[in-house]
Design a protein around this ligand. Structure first.
Ligand code: H2U
Ligand code: ZN
Length: 344
């Protein structure tokens, strides 16, 4: 049969999908998921962890790497990163045609999710997760009043380069809009201008109850996006017309605490491990009052592919061409839906 006569099957035929937030493409090669695998396939013994670790820099009452003692905090705890990637006062570099450079000023903070050294975000109660969300919102408002952009994120797990097992996230605020956000800014504005609709509002409407939905409630939708590059990547979209974290209503914050708990518990159940990921929020940059086209959302980028230890590597074609995946986003969503959303 000629290729023209064959009916296209997204679960079988190689094809490319475009990320509407960035314009980037991903190569989907579903037929490759059937290839034999003789590589590593280990399982991980769950490490037992104390609720308070005397050697941890982040636990309440302990002394940090720079000698400062943490207070005896009992909720979330935010402090200025002792090794901040951005500093408030730095001179501007020379900018030359062949050596382009730009100033970078800002500040970085660390947020401990709770005093408990052993409980990760999905292991906290809804009320404790709500406290983390309120802290994110307050930080976004406070730092956004001074800086053009506030990045709120969490690196979880050694595999993602996380430097401490104490559940924590980071906040980097700066006087510039970083590349990924600038790209999403352009694409969301262009969509709004061309169609008179908000891109992620349209995506949420089209994806609700569809094959890529993983979790949903009145205020949020979590999907494996059509264009997912990482095997189990998800996109969490605010269903209300909110452009920045601090504008979330009381009801949306409570609903987010529940949805995040369920989504991340599914991840943990999938490979029976504390699922590693990089996770973070994208909202309208604070540097401009014009938030046209924006819808608040979060990206979850987990590296795992086949088990607790077998990860996806973005190498070869991915480094030199564009991201590629074998498992389709629909298959990934199906597997996440089949995992448990509530801890036993
Ligand atoms: P990561 O685990 O995602 O790397 O975040 C931990 C951050 O905590 C890291 O940026 C900071 C590191 O600089 N940190 C302190 O500020 N003080 C410490 O005593 C330990 C770690
Ligand atoms: Zn700790």
């Amino acid at each position: 049969m000629t290729a023209e006569a064959m009916a296209f099957d997204a679960a079988d035929h190689p094809h490319r999908r475009q990320n509407l937030l960035t314009g980037e493409w991903v190569l989907v090669s579903p037929h490759r998921a059937r290839r034999p695998w003789q590589g590593a396939q280990a399982t991980l013994a769950a490490p037992t962890r104390l609720a308070h670790d005397p050697g941890c820099y982040l636990c309440p009452g302990n002394v940090r790497a720079n000698g400062v003692r943490n207070p005896d905090y009992d909720g979330t705890f935010v402090f200025a990163n002792d090794f901040a990637a951005l500093l408030p006062e730095t001179p501007a570099p020379d900018d030359a045609t062949l050596f382009p450079a730009a100033p970078a000023r800002g500040e970085a903070r660390v947020i401990c999710f709770s005093p408990d050294h052993a409980r990760t975000l999905p292991e906290l109660s809804d009320a404790e997760r709500r406290a983390v969300i309120d802290t994110w919102c307050a930080q976004s408002a406070e730092l956004g009043a001074r800086w053009a952009h506030v990045a709120i994120f969490e690196n979880k797990g050694e595999m993602m380069g996380c430097s401490s097992p104490h559940p924590h996230g980071q906040i980097w605020a700066g006087d510039f809009v970083p590349d990924h956000v600038a790209r999403e800014d352009r694409h969301q504005r262009a969509w709004q201008a061309a169609r008179g609709a908000t891109l992620l509002d349209a995506v949420a409407a089209a994806e609700a109850d569809g094959p890529r939905q993983v979790e949903a409630n009145d205020h949020w939708l979590a999907i494996v996006p059509w264009w997912a590059a990482w095997p189990f990547e998800t996109l969490i979209i605010a269903r209300d017309p909110v452009t920045r974290m601090e504008d979330l209503s009381d009801a949306a914050r409570t609903a987010l605490a529940q949805l995040l708990g369920r989504l991340m518990t599914r991840y943990d159940d999938l490979f029976d491990t504390s699922f590693p990921y990089s996770f973070g929020w994208h909202g309208a940059p604070h540097g401009s009052a014009d938030t046209t086209g924006w819808r608040l959302h979060a990206h979850v980028y987990p590296p795992l592919l086949r088990s607790a230890t077998v990860r996806k590597f973005m190498v070869g074609f991915e480094m030199l061409g564009e991201p590629q995946r074998d498992l389709t986003p629909e298959q990934a969503a199906e597997r996440l839906r089949a995992a448990k959303a509530v801890r036993a």
